[in-house]
Design a protein around this ligand. Structure first.
Ligand code: G1P
Length: 277
């Protein structure tokens, strides 16, 4: 079964400057939890409890977040404030964390390749924590793990996006296998809307089979001169099978200020005020 999940967290977060000048964008809080914790909780819910962080310079706060903070814990032990640590303590008791550092930003494909040693030769999940996915029932990764059990191949999460948004995403074309499940026939990273093969955009949740590493090694830099996971997945789709899955739930683009504010309102109204956060 799938046990491991990679979190590429080396990116700069320029859209949130100056907030992200010395703080990792993944540590920005949506209400009372940093963005990356939501992603890790989603992975744990899906049974992926071995978390691999592909970090970079200036990202120590992420590793510290998933570690014990002795002074702080000593101070608030036994006080009413201790309850505020319960969600992170639960995460730390259920998951293990390993890190590796990406020395240069050479694209998502390259970040995943950096995580190879943490993964080895087994299927694994990938979470891009900028994409906050909330769902009423099962989390998005848990939905994808179920699908993996049935098909045993790489899976990308997709959603329909309006035409003026298409150029921000990897876009797929595919043959429909069932409601909401497509076998990928084409995949393009951030095409202009008029060249996009559909309006089905890739969202930052993946299940990947380990042959992807060798494919990435042989993938030339693509869009923006970066090694694109989308290009490697297209190679994989052509030689085997890649599925695209229209997930159940809502995705917020927390890499943008608008999406971040929307996510904050959503979590505040639907979770925090109801005592669920
Ligand atoms: C990455 C992927 C892209 C995908 C997007 C989802 O792009 O390269 O295919 O659609 O995540 O958020 P990024 O937004 O990191 O540039």
């Amino acid at each position: 079964m799938i046990k491991k999940c990679l979190f590429p967290v080396a990116g700069y977060g320029t859209r949130f400057l100056p907030a992200t000048k010395s703080m990792p964008k993944e540590m920005l809080p949506v209400v009372n939890k940093p963005l990356v914790q939501y992603g890790v909780e989603e992975a744990i819910e899906a049974g992926l409890t071995e978390i691999g962080l592909v970090t970079g310079r200036g990202k120590r706060a992420i590793a510290d977040h998933f570690d014990v903070s002795y002074e702080l814990e000593h101070q608030i032990n036994g006080t009413s404030k201790e309850q505020f640590l319960s969600s992170i303590r639960e995460v730390m008791s259920k998951a293990t964390f390993s890190m590796t550092r990406q020395q240069e930003m050479r694209g998502l494909g390259d970040a995943i390749l950096n995580g190879r040693r943490l993964i080895g030769d087994e299927p694994f999940g990938v979470v891009l924590s900028d994409d906050l996915c909330m769902s009423e029932e099962q989390g998005v990764l848990a939905q994808m793990v179920q699908l993996y059990k049935q098909f045993r191949c790489s899976i990308v999460a997709i959603q329909e996006v309006p035409e003026d948004q298409i150029s921000k995403f990897g876009v797929i074309a595919g043959e429909k296998l069932k409601d909401g499940i497509f076998q990928v026939t084409d995949m393009i990273e951030k095409p202009p809307a008029e060249e996009a093969p559909s309006n089905l955009a890739i969202i930052g949740r993946y299940i990947l089979t380990p042959d992807i590493f060798e494919i990435i090694e042989n993938t030339e830099p693509g869009k923006n001169g970066e090694v694109q996971l989308t290009d490697a997945l297209l190679t994989q789709a052509k030689s085997g099978c890649v599925l695209a899955y229209k997930f159940k739930g809502t995705r917020f683009d927390c890499g943008s200020v608008d999406g971040f504010v929307e996510a904050t309102n959503h979590v505040y109204n639907n979770y925090y005020l109801k005592g669920k956060a």
